[in-house]
Design a protein around this ligand. Sequence first.
Ligand code: GLU
Length: 493
Amino acid sequence: MKQEQRPRVRFAPSPTGYLHVGGARSALFNWLFARHYGGQFILRIEDTDRTRYQEDALDDLLSGLRWLGLDWDEGPEAGGPYGPYFQSERTDIYRRYAEQLIAEGHAYKCFCSPDRLAQMRKERQARKEPAGYDRRCRGLTAQQRRDREARGETAVVRFKMPLEGETRFHDQIRGDIVVQNETLDDFVLLKTDRFPTYHLANVVDDHLMAITHVLRADEWLPSVPKHVQLYAAFGWTPPLFAHLPIILDPSGKGKMSKRKKLAGNREAYVHLKDFRAAGYLPEALFNFLALIGWSYDDHTEIITRQQLIDHFDLDQVKPSAAAFSYEKLDWMNGQYIRTMPVDDLAARLLPVLRDAGLSPDMDTLRALVPLIRVRIKRLPDAVDLVDSFFVPEVHPTPHDLVGKKQTVDQTRQLLDLAYQTLASLPTFAETDVETALRAVVTGRQLKPNAFFGPIRVAVTGKKVSPPLFGTIHILGRERVLQRLQAAITLLQE
Ligand code: GLU
């Protein structure tokens, strides 16, 4: 595509549930495409199905997109020249266009009751005929129609699908697609409640909102022939279509599902909010999602938002489905955690630690970041590593304190030794601590772990902690000595 043709693309979710990670990926591809070409990214809320409407879905959607950094140029809260951007506020428009199609002979009213339709479906199934409407009302005369309206019968409006010929279209990812019209249904445009179906509202809005490219999940591919026929009936040029490959679960066999547990009994997140709550960084998830179905080359994994904007285009989108790898996401998140500026990471850890009931001070947290960042893949992993820095005292068990090949007495003596050594240090810098403690190990011909293990448990309460000398330095002399003394006392009892 040439630079001067600025695309207008849209993400058009229905607020029927929380934002799915697959939906977020569709939004992201649209956003990247718009940003790459300096076009517009439009957010349109397809909320005409009142029966499936979920109250908190919209908030979840908007905050999820914002968290990922997908700002929209037009849409809810942003406004724009093509509004309203909620389909529920556009129902008059759809009715008008449905009337127009009836008037021009491209649509008709159908009075068939739900009972009759159910009966018809059963009979067609029995005869092994394709599902769909048998077009009984398509042939009603104007008089018959008026009579039934006069009797107050409710009707839907159906599209009058051409009965012969074929529908052709080109998908930017899938290539040329041809469908025989006889396989296409006289689908509903307006329901009995006078609300439009997805098909009508979607086509009318993509046209009125001057959408140039439709990028969406390929579950919508079967709808395209219907839409192409609708565009033709209106005399409009359809946008370009690009259907994105589906995201499969880690096994590569089925759809992603919350119900499937992962290896290690881990929960399989599918909603964006769950990834967020689990402590993934938005920039890592952004990078990760961009590489599901799209690639820069055959090996680049870490790629920044700006690089993605610079390079993103549709020709590198692969048509084959891609499996979602939680391991890869963990790895990628870890990479972002390792490389982000210390202050930034500290600021992101702060709310996570607060949520865990800790009250960290920023200076300590900043000092801890370099010690822990290589050990965490997700933000909450930090809680267990740093909590001992933000509590007044720790509570090691004698069992953890006493090493496997040691007696209680030996351990107590070692802790005593550590106490004396650290108490008499002139300064408490990390290197001083290290030099002094290592000198004890050498002087007494100890195994390093036999000495460092009990010290670690005494000062952190745990067998696993950030690197010991840094830990001791950050805790500070007073607290370290207090904790060593408490452990010694515990072992005396
Ligand atoms: N409202 C549809 C959805 O929920 C939009 C599909 C499309 O992009 O056309 O995904």
